[in-house]
Design a protein around this ligand. Structure first.
Ligand SMILES: Nc1ncnc2c1ncn2[C@@H]1O[C@H](COP(=O)(O)OP(=O)(O)OP(=O)(O)O)[C@@H](O)[C@H]1O
Length: 231
């Protein structure tokens, strides 16, 4: 389980995140909405251990995240908005490189299995990354997360810039990962996607989580109304 307990981050006098309390279970897809600057990336960075909390705790399976703590970073994978990969290497080579960085050595068949599972078409496996579209890069990012064997996957704006078909494929993969028991924590501006793929949604305003609910029984229009009333 991911858990934030009174998690707070201040920059000087500015509270980027104030007393955040939330939990995300394995199998859940938590979609965090909020305007620019609301504190979504700050929350993700605190769980990734990229920044230090001013007070409170981020916990992964009960272990407190601390900057440069390998225990929690091993359990987490991160897919940024733009997946940074080596343009001169192929999809398989990138996956091999990043898997080794995470301490995993896979044979060629296993690497290609991860890419297939992430939805990348087979004829692209050996092409250079520089020829990949944004959606294809994202699939390699997902394959890296799969290869890392992480139970918790953080995503920051994962569908921004994807076309409708790529978005649909991405949604399908998220659902499959959640059905396998992975927890997904996604920061997004896309209300339709949040209600479509999320099992829970949160709305953040000026560093505070001001609303959380299940997505069951709520449609995109209702969520949009709620969002506009809340922020
Ligand atoms: N390193 C930093 N130094 C000072 N202020 C920062 C720093 N990082 C973030 N902030 C501030 O913290 C607040 C929250 O930023 P954050 O990036 O978490 O927002 P966000 O919800 O992810 O926004 P967006 O949707 O634009 O990505 C903002 O006011 C931002 O300016």
């Amino acid at each position: 389980m991911l858990k934030a307990v009174n998690l707070t981050k201040t920059y000087g006098k500015h509270e980027a995140l104030r007393q955040l309390n939330l939990s995300v279970d394995k199998g859940e897809i938590f979609c965090l909405l909020g305007q620019n600057g609301a504190g979504k990336t700050t929350t993700i960075n605190l769980f990734l251990g990229l920044i230090e909390a001013t007070s409170g705790e981020a916990l992964v399976d009960g272990i407190a995240v601390q900057p440069n703590n390998n225990k929690t970073t091993q359990m987490i994978a991160y897919i940024p908005e733009v997946v940074q990969l080596y343009g001169n290497l192929s999809g398989v080579e990138n996956l091999n490189f990043f898997s080794r960085l995470a301490g995993y050595k896979y044979d060629h068949t296993t690497l290609t299995d991860f890419l297939s599972k992430a939805g990348l078409q087979e004829n692209a496996f050996h092409n250079k990354l520089s020829s990949y579209s944004k959606g294809m890069r994202q699939k390699v990012g997902i394959a890296i997360a799969l290869a890392k064997n992480a139970d918790y996957i953080f995503m920051d704006e994962p569908i921004s810039g994807l076309d409708p078909k790529a978005t649909l494929e991405f949604t399908k993969i998220c659902r499959e990962l959640s059905a396998e028991g992975k927890a997904i924590f996604m920061a997004t501006h896309d209300i339709f996607n949040a209600v479509n793929v999320g099992t829970k949604i949160g709305i953040m305003k000026e560093g505070e989580l001001v609303h959380t609910s299940d997505t069951k029984g709520i449609n995109a229009t209702e969520l949009q109304d709620l969002y506009l009333k809340t922020i």
